[in-house]
Each structure stands twice: as structure tokens, then as C-alpha cells.
Design a binder for this molecule. Structure first.
Ligand SMILES: Nc1ncnc2c1ncn2[C@@H]1O[C@H](COP(=O)(O)OP(=O)(O)OP(=O)(O)O)[C@@H](O)[C@H]1O
Length: 649
């Protein structure tokens, strides 16, 4: 009859394993009570269910019948989160095979547990140092587990188990892998812990270990066959467990970094592989900007971007000449558009034009009135035509003077033009004009002023009306597009566009649309390598999960929640994304320097222009894709069963 309540009580614990519906009972009704200050050894034949019982006591297994009661409170109804907290705070595990995390130093192995306590970072470090000194590892803190002897590894495990100052230490064959010398030392440490008033429960096959404790419990056929006290238990501890929380995101980030550093070569390759995709996308975007800029630069060096030529939209090719006239009504409408400075009359002279100078002739297929779309800087010699003057392209000037086309500037030429008069009779117009200047080869450049052409026609009684107008736009080039869009938006009664934008302005617009399209297609193709990168990251993370199954089991035993395990892999993916985008951007910038250097020499223009927006885009896309790729592997890591993970080889 119990007249007092023990610290830890097991009530009628039963557990069976099932293989294809066949029941294998392992524990068939265990009743035990333990108190603080006891050092209990559980012995029994192999396969007798000792480990199974420890997993139940340790909160790793909740699939049993019966009850575990801690300090009067049953674990039965604890949620998964409460069991995590129980393992973190109340239980310290020590395993036969030490189960240290191989990519963390001795110090950091202990820190993993301490990071789950609410101590400040300073206090955590101080406690890690103090615990390692306590187990005699003062000089080995910076080593990795594979640089330690078996006995030393087990001391690290003990220091780690003590991190949160838990009340219960569970040691499953803690000396099973050790020689007799080390066994003695580890037993002495466990005895110390019990003396401090903790409850130490070990599973053992060794009589030496069993005789070292205060009590021996024997298991046979799933039941307790013997329970004997060999020594008086120690005084119960006065110290309190430290309060804890699960592994925080900052800690998982740090662990992910340490893991990447431990497998440096492999991770560098992964980062490099992932960088290729981002690199090609950024390069494509940068080249797109550059090519577009270059083409616009080339075009705008010959024409004025702030002026657009507008005609009536005569798609139905009707021969009615009155339909192509830009009437006052049209002009006023255009003048009223926001940012339009003024609208200027223009006239196309098509066919039947001849120039004569001395005995030389040049026939001109197309000519228009001089207007502000032409840039004065495209005039190589002389100036724009004034009234009574004509500007020639170099091509036509050469027809009149092959050797010295520029010598024509200032000379007189006779202009002949076939036309129909009011009575529809052919007449020949003629007028002597002075050559004002020679412009770069460009069809629109052979030109006279609107007033000049008007007066030439008027001399034969023919009245002309503007066949196009030039709309001049105020201020910045960025005002041009809205004006163009507005012009295109006017509709006639057939719901068709009333006007058409002709000349280079319209062409630039179309060209830019095509370039943007081409760049997007290329960037999408480059994006396919992003997909390859993403698949690679998924594969790598799955491999990482299976490689680190044991580590996941250890972390779960130490009390990390599923969420922390998930975060561990998200952290790793985050770094892969971050580092690969940084590498990709670095490489792209480097390529940009080289490419622009070459381009400057060739075409005098920086052909690759990576914008800050492109860089931010690269970072965001890389990290987003990496995190997306981590979704499935991280979830599968979090789903792993802690007991199975711990026994994973
Ligand atoms: N996941 C499992 N599925 C099926 N059977 C299991 C599983 N885990 C353990 N067992 C079985 O339950 C029994 C008890 O196993 P347990 O590991 O608890 O024994 P043990 O007393 O710790 O043995 P040992 O002293 O050899 O370590 C064994 O027969 C084992 O085969």
C-alpha cells in the first residue's frame, strides 16, 4: 500500500507491436514508482522491452495503454507540444551510441539543448562551459565528435542531457560501447547526478552497472519480476528545471549554416548549380535593357523623340484625296491632348519630283515638309531649310555632285514637280531653291518648309491642305507614350482608329514592343534552368533529410518540435537561395563589366544594363524558389517518427 505519492509512477503499462495484424506483446502490465535521488537500473533479457519502456517514460512514445504520472499529473492526455516540452525540460537522454550531432562541435552539441532554455545567450554559453568542465572536457570544446574517444563522447552526451537541469536522466545502456575504465568514470558521473537529487534510470546488461545504482528492477515476460533496493536513495534535489521553448528560428538558421560549412565542398557545388539559373535570367534581363537602350539611342540620335507624325488612318485605301486631309477639327483635337506643345502642318510630296543643277538630274521618289521629328544634329552640313530653301540627303546630293556632295550647300537647284490643276490637267510646277544643308541618309530628310511647297502649288492656282501633322510634346520623353496612346484611342464611326502614327516615332514604339517580347521569351527560356535548379534543390534536401535522419531523431528526443525540424530545412534552403543569388549576381555583374568594356570599344554603348530592380528580382526569386523547393522535404523531415529516426543507421 502506498501511503505517499512518488515523483514518477507507471500504472499498468501495456504495449504491443503489431506485424501484419499479429500482436507481439512486449510490456504486459508494468507498475513502478520512482523518486528523485534514485539511481535505478533496469535489467532483463535482450528483447525484453527495456528500451520500449524507456521510450514511454521519456515521452518519445505515447502509443501504449496505462498511465505515466509525473508529480501527480498524467502524461496520457498531453498534446504533442506538451510532450516536446516534457522531453526538453524534465528528461535528459543519454544513448548507448552517444548520438551526438556530427557537424557541430562539442560545445555546440551542448548548446543545442541550451538554446531551448530561456537563459540569455551569455548564460547559455557560460552553462555549456561549466557543464563540459564538470564532465572533464574543458580542453575539448572546439573539437568535433569524430575527434573524440568513446568515453569523451559519452561525457558530451551527459553534459547535453544536463543542459536544462532536468529531474530525470534516462540512460539506455550508457556504457554499452565503453571499456571498463571509461565505464567506471561514466558511472561515477551518473552517481553524481543522482546525488544531486535527480532520478537516474538506466537500462543495462551489465552487472557492474546494475550494482552501482541504488535499486535494480528486473523485467521478464513483459512484467516486473524483481524490484530490489540495494542502497538508500539520495536526498531529493532542491534545484528547479530551467524553463524552455522549442528551438528558435535563429538557432535553426545557425545550425543550417554550420551544417553547410561542415559539408562545404558539396554545398558550394549546390550553390553554384543553383546560381546558374538565376545568373542566366539576370543576364538576359540586363542584355534586354541594354539592347533596347542601344536601339532607342541609335534611333533617337537621328530623330526627335518628342515629336510624332500623325496622319488619317486610311486603311480602306480609298482614293478620295479629301479623306487624307488633316482638318482644323483634327488639329484642335490633337492640340488639346495633355502635354502637347503645338501641332504643325505637314505635306507628303509623292513621286514626280525632279531636281536639276546644271546638266545633272536627280529624281526624288519621296519628299515631305521639314518638321520637328528631324534632329538638327542629323544635318551633317548646313542647316534646316527655311522658306525658299531645300535640304537634301547625302544620297541625292551625290546624284547632283558625285565627288563633292557637301559643296552643294548654298548653291541653287531647280525643283520640278508634276501635278494636276483644278481642271485635272497635268501641269509642271517649278521653282529655284537654295540648298540649305545636307543630312544623313534618311528618307524623310529631303525636305522643304510647308510654306515653300504651299507657295509652289499656289503659283499654278492649286491649293494644298496638310496631309499630316507633327505633334510636338512638352517636357520629358516619358510624356510621349501617353500622348501616343491618346492619339491612337480616337475612334471613327466604324470603331476604327481615326489616326495613325507614322514615321520613326511609331516605329520605335513597335520595335520596343518586339524587343520586350524577345527579352521576355529569352528570360523565360533562362527561367527553365531555374526550374532545373529548383529540382536539384529538392533532390539535395531530400538527400539531406535522409542523411540527417539520426540528427532529426536526436533533436526530437532533446525536445525540438516538428516545426523546428521543418525550419531547419527551410533555413538550409534559405541559405542555398541567398548564397546562390549572391553568387549569380556577382557573376552577372562581372560579365557586365567585361561585356560593356568590349561593347564600348565596338559600338560605344553599354550593351548590358543590370538594374537594381533586376538584382532585387534575382534575390527574391532565388529565395522564393528555394523555399518552395524545401516545402516537401521539410514536411517529410518533420513527419519522421522520433523513435525510428533514433534507431536509423
Ligand atoms: N518498431 C518495432 N516494431 C516491431 N517490433 C518492435 C519494434 N521495436 C521493438 N520491437 C520488438 O519489441 C521487443 C522489445 O524491444 P526493446 O528494444 O524494447 O528490447 P530491449 O529489452 O531494449 O532489448 P535489448 O536489451 O536487446 O536492447 C523486441 O522483441 C523487438 O523486436
Amino acid at each position: 500500500m502506498e501511503d505517499h505519492m512518488s515523483y514518477l509512477e507507471l500504472h499498468n503499462i501495456k504495449k504491443s507491436y503489431y506485424l501484419e495484424n499479429e500482436e507481439f506483446p512486449v510490456l504486459t502490465g508494468i507498475d513502478l514508482s520512482f523518486d528523485q535521488g534514485e539511481f535505478v537500473s533496469i535489467v532483463g533479457e535482450s528483447g525484453g522491452g527495456k528500451t520500449t519502456l524507456m521510450n514511454i517514460i521519456g515521452g518519445l512514445d505515447s502509443n501504449y495503454s496505462g498511465d505515466v504520472v509525473l508529480n501527480g499529473k498524467s502524461l496520457r492526455h498531453d498534446t504533442a507540444k506538451q510532450l516536446d516540452a516534457y522531453r526538453r525540460q524534465t528528461i535528459g537522454f543519454i544513448f548507448q551510441n552517444f548520438d551526438l550531432i556530427s557537424h557541430l562541435t562539442v560545445f555546440n552539441n551542448v548548446m543545442v539543448s541550451l538554446q531551448m532554455t530561456k537563459l540569455s545567450h551569455k548564460q547559455q554559453e557560460a552553462r555549456a562551459r561549466q557543464l563540459l568542465e564538470q564532465v572533464g572536457l574543458k580542453d575539448h570544446m572546439r573539437k568535433y565528435p569524430n575527434q573524440l574517444s568513446g568515453g569523451q563522447k559519452q561525457r558530451v552526451a551527459i553534459a547535453r542531457a544536463l543542459a536544462s537541469d532536468p529531474e530525470i536522466i534516462i540512460a539506455d545502456e550508457p556504457t554499452g560501447a565503453l571499456d571498463s575504465q571509461n565505464t567506471q568514470e561514466i558511472l561515477a558521473l551518473l552517481d553524481e547526478i543522482a546525488k544531486d537529487g535527480k532520478l537516474v534510470i538506466t537500462v543495462t546488461h551489465s552487472e557492474t552497472v546494475a550494482n552501482h545504482g541504488t535499486r535494480i528492477v528486473r523485467l521478464a515476460d513483459g512484467k516486473i519480476s524483481e524490484d530490489k533496493s540495494i542502497k538508500q536513495g539520495y536526498e531529493k534535489s532542491q534545484a528547479n528545471e530551467l524553463s524552455t521553448h522549442t528551438l528558435r528560428f535563429g538557432a535553426t538558421l545557425k545550425m543550417a549554416l554550420e551544417n553547410m560549412r561542415y559539408n562545404l565542398k558539396r554545398n558550394l557545388l549546390i550553390v553554384f548549380g543553383a546560381a546558374i539559373g538565376i545568373f542566366s535570367v539576370i543576364v538576359m534581363l540586363g542584355l534586354g535593357n541594354g539592347v533596347q537602350g542601344y536601339i532607342n539611342h541609335e534611333i533617337y540620335s537621328q530623330v526627335n523623340p518628342n515629336a510624332v507624325q500623325v496622319t488619317q488612318n486610311v486603311s480602306d485605301s480609298s482614293q478620295d484625296p479629301s479623306k487624307i486631309v488633316m482638318k482644323t477639327k483634327d488639329q484642335n483635337r490633337l492640340k488639346d491632348i495633355k502635354n502637347v506643345k503645338h501641332v504643325q502642318d505637314g505635306y507628303f510630296v509623292q513621286g514626280g519630283t525632279q531636281l536639276r543643277m546644271g546638266r545633272k538630274n536627280a529624281s526624288i521618289s519621296f519628299m515631305q515638309t521639314y518638321n520637328p521629328t528631324m534632329l538638327t544634329k542629323s544635318i551633317t552640313k548646313g542647316h534646316a531649310p527655311k522658306n525658299g530653301e531645300i535640304m537634301l540627303t547625302k544620297e541625292y546630293a551625290q546624284k547632283l555632285n558625285k565627288k563633292h556632295p557637301y559643296s552643294l550647300v548654298g548653291k541653287k537647284v531647280t525643283f520640278y514637280q508634276n501635278a494636276l490643276n483644278k481642271q485635272k490637267h497635268p501641269v509642271m510646277l517649278s521653282k529655284t531653291l537654295k540648298v540649305s544643308g545636307i543630312a544623313k541618309a534618311n528618307t524623310g530628310a529631303t525636305s522643304v518648309t510647308y510654306d515653300t511647297i504651299k507657295s509652289i502649288y499656289k503659283s499654278k492656282g492649286i491649293k494644298i491642305q496638310p496631309t499630316f501633322v507633327t505633334v510636338v510634346i512638352k517636357g520629358d520623353v516619358k510624356n510621349v507614350k501617353p500622348v501616343q496612346n491618346k492619339i491612337k484611342s480616337f475612334k471613327n464611326d466604324k470603331k476604327k482608329a481615326t489616326y495613325q502614327i507614322t514615321g520613326v516615332g511609331g516605329m520605335v514604339d513597335t520595335l520596343n514592343t518586339y524587343i520586350t517580347l524577345a527579352v521576355n521569351v529569352l528570360a523565360t527560356i533562362a527561367g527553365i534552368s531555374l526550374l532545373v535548379s529548383a529540382i536539384m534543390i529538392i533532390v539535395v534536401l531530400y538527400i539531406s533529410v535522409s542523411e540527417r535522419t539520426k540528427e532529426i531523431g536526436i533533436l526530437r528526443a532533446l525536445g525540438s518540435s516538428k516545426g523546428s525540424i521543418r525550419n531547419l530545412f527551410f533555413s538550409e534552403a534559405f541559405f542555398i537561395g541567398l548564397f546562390s543569388s549572391a553568387l549569380a549576381i556577382g557573376l552577372a555583374e562581372l560579365l557586365q563589366v567585361v561585356a560593356n568594356n568590349i561593347a564600348q570599344r565596338g559600338i560605344n554603348y553599354s550593351i548590358m544594363q543590370i538594374t537594381p530592380g533586376n538584382i532585387i528580382f534575382g534575390f527574391v526569386v532565388a529565395i522564393f524558389i528555394s523555399l518552395l523547393a524545401a516545402l516537401a522535404p521539410a514536411a517529410s523531415a518533420a513527419r519522421l517518427d522520433p523513435i525510428e529516426s533514433l534507431s536509423y543507421e
